[in-house]
Ligand binder design. Sequence first.
Ligand SMILES: *Cc1c(COP(=O)(O)O)cnc(C)c1O
Length: 527
Amino acid sequence: MRYDTELAPAIVLPRSRPDGRNDPLALFNEQSLDAYRSGMQRCVELVRHTLTRARNPCSGIEPQELQPAFQAIDLDRPLDDLEASLEELQRLYLDHAVYFHHPRYVAHLNCPITLPSILAEAIATPLNTAVETWDQSAGATLIEQKLIDWTAARVGLGEDADGVFTSGGTQSNLMALSIARDSACEAMPGHAGNRHHGLPSNFRQLRILTSEVSHFSVQKAAALLGLGYDAVIAVPSDASKRMDIAALQAALKECDEAGLIPFAIVATAGTTDFGSIDPIPTMAELCRQRGIWLHVDAAYGGGLLLSRRHRHWLAGIEQADSVSIDYHKTFFQPVSCSACLVRDRRQLRHITYHADYLNPRDQAEGGTPDLVNKSLQTTRRFDALKLWMSLRTLGAERLGDHLDQVIELAQQAYRAMRQRDDIEVLLPPALSTLVFRYRPDDVDDDGDLDTLNQQIRQTLSRRGEAVVAGTRVDGRFHLKFTLLNPMTRLAELVALVAEIARIGESLAPSLTSPSARPSPVWSQSSC
Ligand SMILES: *Cc1c(COP(=O)(O)O)cnc(C)c1O
């Protein structure tokens, strides 16, 4: 076995006893504890070995290259052997996994994760706690609740705030907008509420306003909520990609004139592409004047709650009616770990359903804390333990410092990239993203630049050298760095940008458009 030689020889893997009554590999219980320990040790060694060998953030494999290995696998014929399963897994998964902690993984909002949070998984998974009701979780419920209260206090939502852990920003946004919709509809004269009766007859007039660069999950939520994508008004953003308040006011005025009902405004605190933070205080004031629900999507920028240097960038968030926070982004926690918070816990009634077998009404009235009462999910992982272990072991300031470091890194990288005349950076960074493209003097056709930058991205990923994101701004393809690794050094990013330019230089001559003059032969790179 390829990974075998470097593994600690002392680990004796448990063997399956398919005919025996106590097969240690079959079900976890107090009789499989030795097998649990040695199996975990083996897996730890496997991860250790794989990560020590990994030079690159990815292998560069294409789907059609990996697919055949899966066709050969018959799920109805088990290997009956842990060693053999692990060896197979190495080929199918570990050899090609994408490493978010690698300095040249700069694509999406995936972060390196704290060690205590990983250890939390080693506890929560075997115990398999489900945090839906007190009778399934006890202490776990209180751990989650304390983290919710702590986060709400950091936001400044006040005494009546509450919330719940979710699978991610997408679910948090759906939950918040669902509550906002139901709360608005409940107040409509002649309508007895959505929960029993469904949407009111004028539901086609309902509108959500959000900036044009907000997250697509707002559109998705609108569709899932029965309102449709078209119920979302994309408000233009200003030059720094923050919601344009004049445009918001104009949009609200148009709603009035057309008899539409704007029931929620979504402020993004950290847009996914630009990290830009909408002017929350002004938006909050508008919402207050008009009785509109303010949801702040802080899936990306939420980590600023822990920042010693930049907490003030979130000013106004304390006025939100609901907030989405992704701990699995800027709190450096493993996927999934997120929360949806509301200013007024009574609003959570819109998603409560009392089932006799699980969370009967009298149980809630008796004060039993059943988290299912405020969640879209029923069976739910104890994701809170990861954040808990990070906070208890490392503390909030260490997490906040990590975010401050990547913000600083983004600013340094911006200055360095601006010194190159073949790299066009769109904006100074707001949080930790940089949107840019390779743009040499002699290529100015937009279509050519799109092709060139797409090819650069593919080349980097195919070689496994770097995972860089791509996005479109005003229709034009751009590259994007999302920096979330506080251990990454500026020199590593500068080298990556130089490599991007080198690849671009070698690809430019192959462009077909007449506007792209062929480069002289001697400037072509050999790779
Ligand atoms: C990432 C992100 C989301 C979606 O969060 P998931 O955890 O991926 O579901 C929503 N909004 C913003 C602004 C984000 O950056």
